[in-house]
Design a binder for this molecule. Structure first.
Ligand code: ADP
Ligand code: MG
Length: 205
């Protein structure tokens, strides 16, 4: 990763926030099928606050910027996803100083995924965002050539794989068997975040 770190931080945050906002209607439609139809609205509310604070966030070292972005999500998002994504970004921020190498990012991301599990009292296989975040943590740890392409592919496959699962956490769990047959909204938003970060790191944005 080369170039001005502030410019990279800005592109990372902006690309990720704008990508999820651009898919807000799709996320809300997914949540309408197995939840209360607000996931896109929730994410947009929190991420609009992140974008409004973009100059300030990008001026900070990456870890501090991520912590502050996580705080926006915790305070602005009403739904379950706010505290959970807030925990993910705040924990990631704690583990990172500034733009990290792969190994450092992998260990900070693993800790952040563990923090989401603890916050949500949840684990993999429960049809949540964790079913995309977990495979992404595995891919980051494994590393290798073409990591961004691997991450995109794993995240897409993992989000799709939540379709047939039965939800065991979150509102979708109230549907029992009827939660099967729909992709989990939080899994899809996690896929979008991962794709956006890969695009920003590869300079596609
Ligand atoms: P709410 O369910 O409060 O309406 P959202 O619709 O914004 O909140 O977010 C729902 C998403 O949050 C789900 O699709 C799921 O991925 C995630 N989620 C909900 N509860 C948990 C949990 N306990 N652990 C992990 N993720 C969860
Ligand atoms: Mg909802």
């Amino acid at each position: 990763m080369t170039g001005d770190p502030q410019d990279l931080r800005r592109r990372l945050i902006k690309t990720a926030a704008e990508r999820v906002i651009a898919h807000a209607e799709e996320l809300t439609a997914l949540d309408r099928a197995i939840g209360d139809g607000d996931h896109g609205i929730n994410m947009k509310r929190g991420l609009d606050a992140v974008l409004a604070d973009l100059d300030n966030l990008a001026a900070k070292p990456l870890g501090e910027g991520l912590k502050a972005a996580g705080m926006h999500l915790v305070t602005k998002v009403g739904g379950a996803s706010g505290p959970l994504y807030g925990t993910l970004f705040m924990s990631l921020g704690k583990g990172l100083a500034d733009i990290p190498d792969r190994a450092r990012l992998a260990s900070a991301f693993r800790s952040a995924v563990d923090a989401v599990k603890a916050r949500g009292k949840s684990d993999f296989g429960m049809k949540t965002m964790l079913d995309v975040l977990g495979p992404a943590a595995d891919a980051l740890e494994a590393g290798g050539d073409g990591l961004a392409a691997i991450l995109r592919q794993r995240a897409a496959a993992a989000a799709a794989a939540t379709g047939p699962m039965q939800a065991i956490r979150g509102r979708a769990s109230f549907l029992g068997e009827r939660s099967k047959g729909h992709v989990d909204p939080g899994a899809r938003s996690s896929q979008l975040f991962i794709e956006a970060v890969c695009d920003a790191i590869e300079g596609r944005t």
